[in-house]
Design a protein around this ligand. Structure first.
Ligand code: C2E
Ligand code: CA
Ligand code: CA
Length: 632
């Protein structure tokens, strides 16, 4: 950029200098020409006046000779006319000439006066027919004076002729010089204008290019992409939206230069994986779009797979090797505008990202889902910042052996400012599709641990259980967060229990197990939640550092009417005990449940039979009312 700016400035300055020089040359040329032309003109006018004066002197001479031959009146009149002509010429010379000319005129006039006086005498001598006198005057007075005048004028005329000639020569030269200078500066100016036009048009071309192209990758930008998609619509195109899943991480940990390099390589690989008729564009940040003209959904999916495979190969960024994951959304044109097609691909891409599917094809169901989902996520994000919409309710867990309250489960509650209470089942699954679940979990943990501290201070022996979503087990910051919260509030780890489902562990057994081990090592208690709803694997259950098994409420609630459910609950109690775990029954709603569970040897019960989840203040009242003897 700065280089091209400098070039543009140089072109401007150059053009300005040449225009200035051009003007200078023409002004100088005009002044010089005018000066020399004036000199030449004056010289030639003077030469002409001297010539006339010289002629007049000759005419006087002729008239004098004439009168001497035939003394008639007209000869004298001719003589007088010639004298007048001389005076007129002298006046001209006086008016046009310089000081030297004026001195000369004065000299001539003095001589002329002497001459005229002599001529008067001569004419008298002619009238008297006195040849001796005539010859005397002619030889001694009139003749020499006339010759003197004639010589003076003749010399002056010649001098002026020379000056005039010289000046006109100079004029020629100046004219030639001005011509050459004008022509050459005009040529230079023309050249500069050409250069300037080239620079300016190059600049313009770059501006146009910048308006159409992503500078980093050289790919077309969004507006060009939309325009090309619109052009391709009649042929039935497909659009792929490609988003890098861990780009921010690369940027944050390796720096922007590496991030830029990664984007450039991604651009190149996308282009390499496609046909020449396809268009790859960079829409924003780490978002690329691909237009596949005249391509149906099936072929588009195949090409999406090719792009994905290409991008899943490692990237070499300088000395580091980086692996990224991509999410690709696919939409094929059915009807509608280019913008709509791109938006559909975008929605599909978000679905691919959230479901971790890699590639997802758009279906109309995503659309409505999408807007309300996004709305909910936005509201939840704000709710987590507002701190007054989200609270915790606590549900007691009661020992079936002695009726003691051995702990509580913390359950999140959201009171939406417009929609009122929203059930966890309506927003937790949505939060779980994004990283927002991690923030929600941290929020719940923070409040639960703070409440635990309050109970400690009040002398209450209560373990508080917090639910962890599958994603939380993959959150590398979870263990640190828990450690920090416990130490901040001075709560022993054993007072915190974390509930996870089997399916959460099965989603990524290695990482989930590692996280649970770390939590266990801290001293945190762990439970398997909703037991019976997923596929159970004894092998994993055995390996996990858990000490409690919670049988899902759907089985407990029906165990007194449904034989299969009763069998499952019995099996769960036996399995749990075989593994050395405490068994908890959820959804205990009736006295008959309590009796049946006690008969099976179940350890702990939780359910509406005892209490619904409630705020900490209500729980306190409930505990006080129950004490000292609440028997089943
Ligand atoms: P869950 O972990 O199985 O929690 C127990 C659910 O059973 C709670 O529903 C509770 O109110 C309900 N329940 C308790 N006793 C009875 C009963 O006797 N009968 C019936 N029908 N239901 C009973 P809730 O509070 O609506 O929570 C629903 C689910 O939402 C929870 O199931 C849990 O998976 C999730 N959840 C709630 N709070 C959190 C949280 O803070 N973090 C996470 N990750 N999930 C949470
Ligand atoms: Ca639970
Ligand atoms: Ca449960």
């Amino acid at each position: 950029m700065p280089r091209s700016q400098a070039r543009r400035r140089a072109a401007f300055i150059g053009l300005g200098a040449v225009l200035l020089a051009l003007t200078g040359v023409s002004v100088l040329g005009t002044v010089a020409t005018r000066h020399v032309a004036t000199t030449a003109r004056t010289a030639s006018l003077l030469a002409e006046a001297f010539h006339r004066a010289h002629e007049a002197v000759s005419a006087e001479d002729i008239a004098e000779q004439q009168y001497r031959l035939e003394p008639e009146r007209h000869a004298r009149a001719d003589h007088a006319d010639a004298a007048v002509a001389l005076e007129v010429a002298l006046k001209d010379i006086e008016a046009r000439g310089g000081t030297a000319d004026q001195t000369l005129v004065a000299q001539v006039r003095t001589l002329q006066r002497q001459y005229l006086a002599a001529i008067e005498d001569l004419f008298l001598a002619v009238d008297r027919a006195n040849p001796t006198e005539i010859r005397r005057i002619d030889d001694n007075e009139a003749g020499p004076t006339s010759a003197q005048i004639s010589n003076l004028l003749h010399d002056a005329e010649e001098a002026q002729d020379a000056t005039s000639l010289d000046a006109s020569n100079r004029l020629d030269k100046v004219e030639r010089w001005v011509f050459v200078a004008t022509l050459s500066s005009f040529a230079v100016g023309l050249g500069m204008i050409v250069v300037f036009a080239l620079v300016a048009s190059g600049y313009q071309r770059r501006l146009v290019r910048q308006a159409m192209q992503d500078e980093l990758t050289g790919l077309p930008n969004r507006s060009v992409f939309i325009a090309r998609t619109a052009d391709a619509l009649p042929g039935g195109p497909s659009v792929l939206m490609v988003d890098l899943d861990r780009f921010k991480e690369v940027n944050d940990t390796l720096g922007h230069q590496c991030g830029d390099e990664l984007l450039r390589q991604v651009a190149a690989r996308c282009a390499a994986a496609l046909r020449t008729t396809d268009t790859v564009a960079r829409l924003a940040g780490d978002e690329f779009a691909i237009l596949l003209p005249a391509t149906g959904a099936q072929d588009a999916a195949r090409l999406a797979g090719r792009v994905q495979a290409e991008l899943h190969r490692s990237f070499e960024l300088g000395t580091v090797t980086v692996d990224i994951e991509v999410s690709i959304g696919l939409a094929s044109a059915a009807s509608g505008t280019a913008d709509e097609l791109v938006r559909c691909a975008d929605i599909a891409m978000y679905t691919a990202k959230e479901t971790k599917a890699g590639i997802a094809a758009y279906n109309p169901g995503m659309h409505t889902e999408d807007s309300s989902r996004l709305q909910l996520l936005g509201d939840l994000r704000r709710a987590l910042e507002a701190e007054d919409q989200i609270s915790l309710h606590y549900q007691p867990k009661v020992s079936l052996a002695d009726g003691a309250v051995c702990g509580v489960e913390a359950l999140v509650r959201w009171r939406h400012p417009e929609r009122g209470p929203i059930a966890p089942g309506d927003f937790i699954p949505v939060a779980e599709t994004t990283g927002l679940i991690n923030r929600l979990t941290l929020y719940v943990l923070r409040h639960a641990v703070a409440q635990s501290r309050a109970w400690m201070d009040a002398g209450r022996e209560l373990t508080v259980a917090v639910n962890l979503s599958p994603r939380c087990l993959l959150d590398p910051g979870l263990v640190d967060d828990v450690t920090r919260l416990l130490s901040t509030h001075g709560v022993p780890a054993a007072r915190l229990r974390l509930e996870v489902t089997e399916s959460a562990v099965m989603a990524n057994p290695a990482q989930a197990t590692a996280t649970l081990k770390q939590l266990h090592d801290l001293g945190v208690r762990l439970s398997i939640d909703d037991y019976g709803t997923g596929y159970s694997s004894m092998a994993y259950l055995k390996q996990l550092p858990v000490d409690e098994l919670k049988v899902d409420r759907t089985f407990v609630m029906n165990m007194d009417t449904d034989h299969d459910d009763a069998v499952l609950v019995r099996g769960a109690v036996e399995l749990g005990h075989n593994l050395g775990l405490t068994v908890v029954a959820e959804g205990v709603e009736r006295e008959t449940h309590v009796a049946a569970l006690r008969a099976l040897g179940c350890d702990i019960a939780q359910g509406y039979h005892y209490a619904k989840p409630m705020p900490a203040a209500d729980l306190e009242l409930w505990l006080q009312a129950r004490h000292p003897a609440f028997l089943f």
